[in-house]
Design a protein around this ligand. Structure first.
Ligand SMILES: O=P(O)(O)OC[C@H]1O[C@H](OP(=O)(O)OP(=O)(O)O)[C@H](O)[C@@H]1O
Ligand SMILES: NC(=O)CC[C@H](N)C(=O)O
Ligand SMILES: [Mg+2]
Length: 485
């Protein structure tokens, strides 16, 4: 999952983009890039690694202009290591376009073939984002009629993107000389929110971003989410246009955003991530009450960071003390989104350390937001025992992850998923826990949607049902071989 942001401002935008990307760092750590538009010229800086270590003062100084966009990447297509796949992507025609993308396309093979053999467009990487940009550029080229580009021509091009492209995409594009275009796939799988503020002269400044916390911190009001299938165009002068560009839309946001990916202080589709995690904790507590003898549990502990709100609420619901027995090194990034199993495994130990005084002679209930590959939980259970725990019970605030996630989270092969071909008891034994309780899918659904207008979610990694309806067994088999590294 990546983080994207675009700003249309009345003053230099480089620092704002940098600040926004820092706030979105939890969505991707592989690489980052910023592009700005100064008149008809794009300035662009792309780097491997994270925002804080990457950008130098001289990079920032060159990023001139009042309009720009940025990206933090967590690779889901192609390779995390490839320099050629760092976003933004650029094409010089029509007009000059740069694009950032969060999501994952599922018809990349067909698009690659069509773009080369029919549209005669050159592709220089195996990134699906490069495909998305080229489909958009080709469609826009077909739309241009007069000397000046109109919002409707841009929106018609997005409509063509919706017709050709399958999968998930929240994207932001700069159109040289004109402005910034943002659009979201017809299922709204990946998030995108629009914000506005006023400068000292009362002029509008706009932002679109993956998460609302970017808006909060920049002093923007949340205007609304970009609707599924909708496109928004903001001119360089700050005039905003929008249009629904898809023939049919169904809002089905990715449930994994609420489980793990998004920051708790963000709100997506009108649903607070933090409140969702509290509700997940409460529902999981009820299930634990039904399945285990709760009086035997001495303490509830979260696996930092993402499990904290759920574990806190779970402990309160059960009336059991909540303790923090694992201490986290804040300088190690998120382990799940690191490329490569070796790095992930090493990082869990570097990242978390157990405090023996909290474990000695106790029956502990460890709560994590999810168990995906089982890398974290296996190490954690071992550490809890080493620290002196008598009994280690594990609870996952998400249901078993049994199916590949094809919409922008890197879990493409069933073989990697610890729960894919195992019963709950078998997973418990793999991770070394005395007992294991998973959230039910219905409870997760209710925890996310309760009190909101959202009636559908992408729950595919838990259920195997893919909302776009275009994910075939043949595609999933191909994915296993074309795995991102
Ligand atoms: O079963 P696994 O494959 O290990 O994946 C699941 C773990 O990975 C994530 O933590 P991560 O360290 O990425 O981030 P966090 O600090 O936000 O919890 C998630 O919160 C789980 O703890
Ligand atoms: N996680 C994402 O959104 C990744 C975007 C794109 N698929 C890439 O791999 O670069
Ligand atoms: Mg975690």
């Amino acid at each position: 999952m990546c983080g994207i942001v675009g700003h249309v401002s009345t003053s230099l935008v480089n620092q704002q983009i940098y600040d926004s990307l820092l706030l979105l760092q939890h969505r991707g750590q592989d690489s980052t890039g910023i592009a700005t538009a100064e008149g008809n010229t794009f300035h662009m800086v792309k780097l491997k690694g994270q925002v804080r270590e990457g950008y130098r003062t001289r990079d920032m100084r060159n990023l001139l202009g009042n309009v720009g966009l940025g990206h933090v990447r967590y690779a889901t297509s192609g390779s995390a290591k490839s320099e050629d796949e760092v976003q933004p992507f650029y094409v010089n025609a029509p007009y000059g376009l740069v694009l950032v993308h969060n999501g994952n396309l599922t018809n990349t093979r067909e698009l690659t073939d069509e773009l080369f053999n029919i549209d005669r467009r050159h592709l220089n990487s195996s990134s699906d984002t490069e495909l998305l940009l080229n489909v958009l550029a080709h469609a826009l080229q077909d739309q241009i009629s007069g000397a000046d580009l109109t919002p409707d021509e841009l929106f018609d091009a997005v409509a063509e993107v919706h017709r050709r492209v399958e999968g998930s995409y929240a994207a932001i594009t700069l159109v040289s000389g004109y402005g910034m275009l943002a659009f979201r796939d017809p299922f709204g799988i990946r998030p995108l929110v629009l914000g506005r503020r006023y400068d000292e002269a009362g002029r509008e400044e706009w932002v679109v971003a993956s998460e609302s916390l970017v808006l909060d911190s920049g002093g923007y009001e949340v205007v609304r989410d970009v609707e599924p299938g909708e496109a928004i165009f903001i001119t360089n002068a700050g005039r905003m246009y929008s249009r629904q560009c898809a023939e049919e839309t169904t809002l089905a946001p990715c449930s994994f955003e609420y489980v793990y990916l998004a920051r708790p202080d963000s709100t997506m589709s009108g649903i607070s991530v933090y409140d969702t995690r509290l509700r997940m904790g409460e529902k999981l507590a009820r299930k634990i009450e039904r399945e285990l003898d709760v009086s035997e549990i001495d303490v509830v502990m979260p696996i930092p960071d993402s499990a904290r709100p759920a574990a806190m609420q779970l402990a309160q619901t059960l009336g059991i003390p909540y303790r923090e027995g694992f201490y986290k090194n804040r300088y190690v990034g998120r382990t799940f989104i690191m490329p490569g199993q070796k790095a992930r495994k090493k990082s869990v130990r570097q990242k978390l350390n157990a405090l023996p005084s909290e474990f000695q002679g106790k029956n502990v209930l460890l709560v994590d937001d999810s168990i995906v590959r089982g890398t974290t939980s296996k190490e954690i259970v071992e550490m809890a025992r080493w620290a002196g725990a008598k009994k280690v019970v594990f609870a996952s605030a998400a249901p078993p992850v049994r199916y590949p996630h094809v919409y922008g989270i890197n879990m493409p092969t069933r073989g990697e998923l610890v729960a894919s071909a195992r019963t709950v008891e078998e997973v418990a034994s793999v991770i070394g826990a005395d007992a294991l309780v998973y959230q039910d899918v219905d409870d997760l659904f209710a925890a996310i949607t309760d009190g909101s207008n959202v009636t559908q979610l992408d729950l595919s990694c838990f259920t195997g049902e893919y909302v776009t309806g275009t994910v075939t067994p043949e595609y999933l088999a191909w994915l296993e071989t074309a795995q991102t590294s």
